[in-house]
Ligand binder design. Structure first.
Ligand code: SF4
Ligand code: SF4
Length: 181
């Protein structure tokens, strides 16, 4: 089941209650308490209304717009589609991409010898994806990055490569989003 988009109504004019903050804290606590007792009662009578996902055994199918961590698109040969132009590195606001280019004698003249992303600094903003002229770096659907070791957060080229097939939903989405052919 794809994730549901919830549109939040934003207030442009705040009244005295919002400006004082304190009354709104009690309003928030009231909402929390209401949900707690509704769920508790539902649990007692065996009719739980609230939508609960027993993660990690159960997982949601996120919407196509979902942004996991960035990955590199692989060609059929297994090599990265990236031409090491450095635009994503330049666009990245957290400087977490490191590219060392290399030259080849094949049709693709430049390839990344090194392509590292420090996931401990990446904020999943997607600016690298937007900047890339080759559709070579896209946001995956992967978000599970827990590790005991900070060095394990440094993803190398080999860790980042994914086939176009694996990234089909995201690639389809960005083509539509950026009006690409
Ligand atoms: S998603 Fe944002 S922070 Fe992460 S590598 Fe891309 S541009 Fe940098
Ligand atoms: S913008 Fe695209 S082609 Fe250029 S270095 Fe980054 S991933 Fe490679």
């Amino acid at each position: 089941m794809p994730g549901k988009v919830v549109r939040v109504r934003r207030h442009s004019n705040f009244g005295w209650k919002e400006r004082l903050y304190l009354p709104m804290i009690f309003v928030g606590l009231g909402v929390t308490a209401r949900h707690f007792f509704e769920n508790f009662w539902g649990y007692m009578i065996g009719k739980v209304k609230t939508f609960v996902v027993q993660y990690p055994e159960e997982r949601l199918d996120y919407a196509d717009a979902f942004r996991g961590h960035p990955v590199l698109v692989a060609l059929e040969s297994g090599a990265p589609k990236c031409v090491a132009c450095g635009l994503c590195e330049f666009a990245c606001p957290t400087d977490c991409i490191t590219i060392l280019p290399d030259e080849t004698r094949s049709a693709i003249e430049r390839i990344p010898k090194v392509f590292d992303i420090d996931m401990s600094r990446c904020m999943f903003c997607g600016l690298c994806e937007e900047a890339c002229p080759e559709e070579a770096i896209v946001m995956s659907r992967d978000v599970e990055l827990a590790t005991y070791d900070r060095e394990a957060m440094l993803f190398h080229k080999e860790d980042l490569l994914r086939t176009e097939e694996q990234l089909g939903r995201r690639i389809g989405f960005i083509r539509e989003e950026y009006n690409r052919a």
